[in-house]
Design a protein around this ligand. Structure first.
Ligand code: GRF
Length: 213
């Protein structure tokens, strides 16, 4: 049974290619994620994530983040909040969104904003973390889905998946291997949210067993 109220109303924010949006849509199609993407918002007008959304008939919005370059604040934050409200958003997924979200958005969606980060946090926060891992000489890399808090890639961890770093890896080959895991981890974490299976206790996120089994 799939009551309308069981379906999580999800907004996806991104800045780039949108392969994580695609994995979310594929999981919805496969029935493994009971959610509906109610809108996609990008701060880059030409971002392919907007094209993917439009091809699916999902409302796709560009919000200009200026005058800021690395954060979502002021007029742009207000516009994003207006759009999220307009689409009756319950949860926000940051899927390659290259801006730091600030207290206005965090307060509107407490523990309701998830981010996918291409590293095993707390190692290698920030940009191009696959290159950071490679240059550091790490032997294992991966991805993290976490709740967003006021820091940069510091929020409570929901799911992590690891990959090996291989001899001869380049930033591109390693990032591609990590992205394969991102595309599994993000829909899985969102399904846990949709099924209300997360209990947040400070930094620790407990995953409850599925109901009705
Ligand atoms: C991913 O590697 C994600 O972890 C990072 O930005 C990238 C976005 O990729 N935050 P895509 O736009 O979903 O293809």
């Amino acid at each position: 049974m799939n009551h309308a109220s069981d379906v999580l109303r999800l907004a996806v924010l991104g800045s780039g290619r949108g392969s994580n949006l695609q994995s979310i849509l594929d999981a919805i199609d496969a029935g493994t994620l009971r959610a509906r993407v109610v809108c996609v918002i990008a701060d880059v007008e030409s971002a392919y994530i907007l094209t993917r959304a439009r091809q699916r008939g999902i409302p796709a919005h560009h919000v200009d983040g200026s005058p800021f370059r690395t954060k979502l604040e002021g007029r742009a934050e207000a516009e994003v909040l207006r759009l999220l409200e307009q689409h009756a958003t319950e949860v926000v997924a940051l899927a390659g969104f290259m801006r730091i979200v600030k207290p206005g958005l965090l307060a509107a969606f407490p523990n309701r904003i998830l981010n996918i980060h291409p590293a095993l946090l707390p190692a290698f926060p920030g940009a191009e973390s696959w290159s950071q891992a490679l240059n550091y000489g790490a032997k294992v890399a991966g991805c993290t889905v976490h709740l967003v808090d006021a820091g940069t890639d510091t929020g409570p961890i929901i799911i992590q998946r690891s990959v090996p770093i291989l001899e001869g890896d380049t930033p591109q080959t390693l990032h591609a291997r990590i992205q394969e895991q991102e595309h599994l981890a993000f829909p899985e974490a969102l399904e846990l949210v949709a099924r209300k299976r997360l209990r947040i206790d400070g930094r620790r996120v407990r995953i409850l067993p599925p109901q009705g089994v």
